[in-house]
Design a protein around this ligand. Structure first.
Ligand SMILES: Cc1ncc(COP(=O)(O)O)c(C=O)c1O
Length: 450
């Protein structure tokens, strides 16, 4: 229904506007000859404007680029900055560790770690915790533990899930209904069907059939998919997965790295989930690198009882800088003072204003799109009704349209997460910020050629 030739012309005009407004970013990108793909990390080439905006500074939900433009930031580092950029209590904790105390990496525990563990237990209910520097690593180590304990080789994930660069997770349901490597996967160690099984989200029957093979150590899942739009679980789905894993002797790893947006204890607390392992990362240290996994008391006891498993030296779980004093201090400050229970109430209310407004605008413009909200995050998708599984969600992608909307918004001071149409609220995101988004979004929709 969108006239693609006219959309391409509009896009080209937005790119010209972007280039004219960002000469310093363009020059920095042009000079970056010693970076792989010209960027510090290759995914930073996901940019609708032809080159990335270079960061000057960021505070709260505001970002300034090196060309002097200010943005209302709804990307928030794709959740890494859900606490807002450089929140004062986190800055103070970092300053204290760096300037007053010293000791950034010592291989020694700090007393803050037990405080953080206890707070994570209060929020998520898991009994004991271990730290990493990324959610990816937390997932990898969790996978090793569940394999060791069950003696089973495979991990079951949902089609088009994302859990970081975890080899086992890069599998999708192919056109024939069987598992196959996710398109574009880079350098898998073995055929992914040797390590993994896959089911569509919200399809208990298929999940149960896969589990019935008896070789699945654990289901690794987000309780709502958040990396291919926000695909919400049907009523009863999460309970059905839990029961199916128990029936088939598989464990359940819930990855709350993004679904933490649902509340202070993520979906696990909100929906009373009961996983064996819970993985989290990104937001919990206010932007300082961290990941963590929590184990049920029962699973922890079973792992610790296995004297053949080397958990202390070279056995395959651990990173030298994991649990370092800086990231633990930042996690304590974030959880104690920033991403508090009270803060979540405000963030979720603001996200509701965001989602309601976008829904109204979509309806006014008679577009066949839909928006889902998960606590403090919301995301619209170019399909209605909203897709119910990863394959449907992947099929509703529209790169041209997405790039145009992202660039139109960026040119007028609004940042969405570059990978999809996700908007996240931090404690300082205001209703006025959301209204500003709606104003620009409405203008963007009015330009769509049909
Ligand atoms: C659900 C989920 N798990 C894990 C990760 C990996 O996080 P990191 O890149 O910080 O390792 C992501 C990243 O987007 C994620 O969305």
């Amino acid at each position: 229904m969108i006239d693609r030739a006219r959309l391409a012309a509009l896009m080209s005009a937005e790119q010209d506007r972007f280039a004219a407004a960002h000469p310093r970013s363009a020059a920095a990108y042009g000079r970056a000859e010693h970076l792989f793909g010209r960027v510090p990390m290759t995914w930073m080439n996901k940019k609708a404007g032809g080159f990335p905006i270079y960061l000057e500074s960021a505070r709260g939900n505001r970002v300034r680029d090196i060309d002097g433009h200010d943005y209302v930031d709804f990307a928030l580092g794709d959740t890494g900055a859900m606490a807002g950029h450089s929140p004062e209590p986190v800055v103070a904790a970092i300053r204290r560790r760096v300037e007053e105390l010293g000791g950034l990496t010592t291989m020694l525990p700090t007393e803050d770690a037990e405080w953080v563990g206890a707070e994570l237990t209060r929020r998520f209910g898991m009994d004991v915790w271990s730290f990493s520097l990324t959610a990816t690593d937390a997932n990898r180590w969790a996978i090793r533990l569940v394999r060791a304990i069950t003696g089973r080789p495979k991990i079951l994930v949902h089609s088009y899930c994302y859990h970081g660069s975890v080899d086992e997770s890069l599998i999708v349901v192919g056109p024939d209904g069987e598992g196959t490597s996710r398109p574009g996967n880079v350098g898998s160690p073995v055929d992914v069907t040797h390590t993994s099984r896959v089911a569509e989200f919200n399809d208990v029957e298929r999940l149960e059939r896969q589990l019935a093979h008896g070789d699945v150590a654990a289901v690794l899942m987000e309780p709502a998919m958040t990396n291919i739009g926000i695909v919400l679980p049907d009523p009863g789905y999460l309970q059905a997965v839990r029961e199916a894993t128990r029936r088939h002797g598989s464990l359940l790893i819930v990855d709350e790295t993004h679904t933490f947006s649902a509340g202070p204890g993520g979906m696990t607390r909100r929906d009373r989930l009961d996983p064996d392992v819970l993985v989290i990362g990104k937001a919990i240290a206010g932007g300082i690198p961290i990941g963590a996994y929590g184990l049920s008391g029962d699973l922890a006891a079973r792992v610790l009882a296995r004297t053949d498993l080397d958990l202390v030296d070279m056995g395959g779980v651990g990173g030298t800088l994991a649990g370092n004093p800086l990231s633990i201090a930042a996690a304590r400050a974030t959880l104690e003072h920033v991403l508090t229970d009270e803060a979540f109430t405000g963030m979720i209310d603001t996200a509701t204003v965001f989602a309601d407004g976008v829904e109204r605008l979509i309806a006014e413009h008679e577009l066949p799109w839909a928006i889902n909200q998960l606590g403090a995050r919301a995301e619209y998708r170019f399909a209605t009704p909203y897709p119910r599984n990863g394959t449907e969600a992947a099929a509703s992608a529209d790169g041209e349209l997405e790039d145009y909307l992202h660039l139109y918004l960026a040119n007028r001071g609004i940042l969405l997460t570059p990978f999809h149409n996700m908007a996240l609220m931090c404690p300082t995101t205001s209703v006025a910020d959301v209204q500003r988004h709606h104003e620009v979004f409405a203008q963007a929709l009015a330009t769509l050629p049909r």
